[in-house]
Ligand binder design. Structure first.
Ligand code: SAH
Length: 227
């Protein structure tokens, strides 16, 4: 299913994914169409392939179908004005998609996305990527912030968050991230080592937490910072 959706333009990639049933939400499609993946990859020739790609420093930008799946899973919590944390933000691609979802009409400029990434060079590069993709003003106004740090700790300063996306696999559920979810709120996180599953963590209005396993996946692990 993954490769079938590749396109020759960004718009074609998104519409192929929609047509192939990779995801269904028009809101997600509109947000992904605003983000040109060519601004976030090293090899521009492969920008619209539905596959992960190396972005340097041992990191990869996830495949578009995984980004679509993540955004769609979090969608009920990505209302205009919501606050979002993207852990292991890498290229910055998903920060951009999430930002377009929460910076929609009705947000009154309140929507905010924080990316946390432990490779400082990627923090810098992703910030450049976001600027190239037209999001310089959002960065200047701190409506998108990319910070260097250990994502396993979350980023309590800007929390709690309506939605948290984790882009690398945790060996077990990171407590601090669950703490930093709003009530209600939802997290999308790959959990496991040799076998991994996407876990959807829901916190309800009372603060009660439930975990639902979604699909088997293969993500790079959340690690200590490379020396
Ligand atoms: N969603 C990103 C995924 C990047 S791959 C994208 O599509 O571009 C996973 C990222 O997690 C890598 O950039 C890696 O450097 C980062 N990472 C791994 N362990 C981390 C940690 N403990 N804290 C913060 N970032 C981490």
């Amino acid at each position: 299913m993954a490769w079938r959706s590749s396109g020759s333009t960004n718009a074609e990639l998104i519409s192929n994914m929609l047509r192939n049933g990779v995801f269904n939400s028009e809101r997600v499609a509109a947000a992904m169409t605003k983000v040109d993946r060519a601004n976030y990859v090293l090899d521009k020739g492969d920008a619209y392939m539905d596959s992960p790609q190396r972005i340097g420093y041992g990191a990869t930008i996830s495949a578009p179908h995984m980004h679509a799946h993540a955004a769609e899973t979090l969608l009920p919590f990505l209302r205009p004005g919501a606050r979002v944390l993207d852990v292991g933000s890498g290229s910055g691609y998903l920060c951009a998609v999430l930002f377009h979802l929460v910076d929609a009409p009705g947000s009154q400029g309140q929507g905010k996305v924080v990316g946390i990434e432990h490779v400082p060079e990627l923090v810098e590069r992703s910030t450049e990527n976001l600027r190239r993709d037209g999001l310089g003003r959002a960065l200047d106004e701190a409506r998108i912030e990319v910070v260097a740090g250990d994502g396993r700790e979350g980023y309590a300063r800007e929390g709690p968050y309506d939605a948290i996306h984790v882009g690398a696999a945790a060996p077990s559920m990171p407590k601090k991230l669950v703490e930093q979810l709003k009530a209600p709120g939802r997290m999308f996180i790959p959990v496991g080592t040799s076998e991994q599953k996407i876990v959807q963590v829901d916190k309800d209005e009372t603060g009660a937490v439930t975990e639902t396993e979604l699909i088997d996946v293969m993500y790079v692990p959340l690690t200590d910072r490379p020396q």
